[in-house]
Design a protein around this ligand. Sequence first.
Ligand code: 13P
Ligand code: SF4
Length: 302
Amino acid sequence: MENKELLVELDHLRRERRAVILAHNYQNPEVQDIADYRGDSLGLSRQAAATNAEVIVFCGVHFMAQTAKILCPEKMVLLPDLEAGCPMADMIGPEELRAFKAQYPGVPVVAYVNTTAEVKAEVDICCTSANAVQVVRSLPDQRVLFVPDQYLAHWVAQQVPEKEIIPYGGFCPTHVRIDPKSVIAAKQAHPEAEVIGHPECPPDLLALCDAVKSTSGMIKYAKESAATEFIVVTECGMIHRLQQDVPGKTFYGLPEIVCPNMKRTTLEKVVASLRELKYQIEIPEAVRVRAMQAVQRMITIG
Ligand code: 13P
Ligand code: SF4
């Protein structure tokens, strides 16, 4: 089907189904462009929690749609491609989490939202890259377990030196692929540019950055900065978002830094998802209720 026909069908379906379309900042431009809201993990969770829509189409990866379902059990949450997972989230399951916790009895666990509902159900509080520092600071304990991203944990530990952060060994395969040499080369080519990076990057990359931000934090930073050029150290989808939201400034991406899971969602799949009401996210109620406590605690913090 031509894009034009798809867009006509989409317009009809989104009204008929009373649907809201949420898209993460790494989504394909054609998907970002039809979304009602675009944002980072925290922003999209807030949109999901606040919406009056009956159906939420989540254009992102599985854990994000699950988070929406955790917050809105009475709504239908659709993920247009069921294979759109997050390899980092799959690096820790409930068994591994229990074994990790058993090594540190009584130490609270912070889970990055990039985790399954089953893992969220067994932690104290969640965080995203936008609020990880605030979440860790909010805990009264001096020692904190942090799962699954070792690099986000490392970055938070640098910001909160008064606490001991014990990381799990997970990582994002997309961000660890970024070669520091490509950032150094970009800096040489664009000496006036500021470097903004995502905290899922390893420390040698973050050491090259002027600012470390969540994906939506990057937009705010680029708007407010006096600089007019930026080297963007994260998934390439951010470039489309930054170019649209911060016109008049120039953004340089890094070649071939793609999250293949984020790119699985296409306009065609979004339309099919609304047409056939697939793929519906379901979470056993006992798991959802416990996971919600950890997500809700995070949302209350800010
Ligand atoms: P943000 O919450 O910063 O958008 O990050 C989500 C993610 O998965 C980045 O890889
Ligand atoms: Fe997961 Fe990394 Fe893709 Fe984000 S970019 S969804 S952390 S694999």
